[in-house]
Design a protein around this ligand. Sequence first.
Ligand code: NAD
Length: 384
Amino acid sequence: MPTPMEKTVYWIEGDGIGPEVWQAARPVIETAIAKTYGTERRLVWQELLAGNKAYEAEGTPLPEATLRTLQGAELAMKGPLGTPVGGGIRSLNVALRQTLDLYACIRPIRHFTGVPSPVKHPERVNMTIFRENTEDVYAGIEYDAKTPEAKKLVAFLREEFGAKISDDAAVGVKPMTEFGSKRLVRRALRFALAQGLPGLTLVHKGNIMKFTEGGFRRWGYELAAAEFAETTCTEEAPQAGKLVVNDRIADAMFQEALLNPERYHVLATPNLNGDYLSDAIAAQVGGLGLAPGVNMSDSLAFYEATHGTAPAIAGKDMANPGSLILCGAMLLEHLGWNEAATRITRAVEGAIAAGTVTQDLARQMAGAITVGCKEFGELVTAAL
Ligand code: NAD
């Protein structure tokens, strides 16, 4: 018998509803692979400790061994992590992103038929947002108004650079680099080209902040021209068969996302614009409950349920495992195991279209039947 193609996925259970969404999601992912490839391909799951489980076992929410393993890993997936008990680390998610240099936060956003939405045509949305994950406000430095630090910085800016700035201002610095912007746009362009998509949009606020936000725009175009000249063109000089790179000012992009969402496919954004846009566009298709996401470095793809630990419903078999299930589909697509990925997406579509959904969706859908977290997973598995 030939050796099966194996890929190791390191998984973190997560806090709150983490255990139950995993119990529902993992059989879906494994069954999709087995149904598509028999015994020829498989995932090998290895658990890593983080969050409460790690705190109870090792007295820290983020053990060194977990970080070391992730530093050498290719694939990982996590449930939601709560704010750590015991102090030391303010946010586990931020600590993981920074330590592992997970510089691209990627969110595909599409509508599933039947999911209630605040707009008339949520099905017109099908975008993937690439948000820079290490710079801009994530690396922001700021000082509170009237502190000695703020006063010193304000005095420096006024005396050395003639800046017009009030004595009592709170001040912040948001660093954005050519390196950081280009590596994000490069990844977004590779994705758009691999998927055969017609366009990529750089979203920025360069009309106001010329060098940080405007820099992101300029570096994006420079990168496309330097590294992707054969396969891309600009909106001003369109060329048949090539991917169009354009840009939109962030506020205009919010309007466009509502008015003409079908014109946009991949958005590449600095940190803060991407933060707002990811949640706003996710809301347009019915909220974050079903949205999968991944944070990527050059070596690691780290998938994560985008919702939190939902403490009020934890342990009650009420959580929607859709986000983690769809993370599985994204991971399979990343491996090029597209047939298994499509199987999962279709099965989720089927369960939702049939109106058998968890309470978060059922309470907004006329005629829907509420099922538990476990049963939703079983229904999706049966529909694979
Ligand atoms: P939350 O996402 O946990 O909950 C917001 C609301 O959505 C609640 O009403 C909750 O019941 C509901 N909800 C969330 N996920 C659901 C699901 N899968 N199925 C059904 N309903 C769901 O956000 P919060 O209450 O702001 O945060 C709770 C904790 O989670 C905090 O400690 C926060 O730091 C953490 N958090 C972690 C992540 C992450 O790990 N990626 C993301 C957001 C929040």
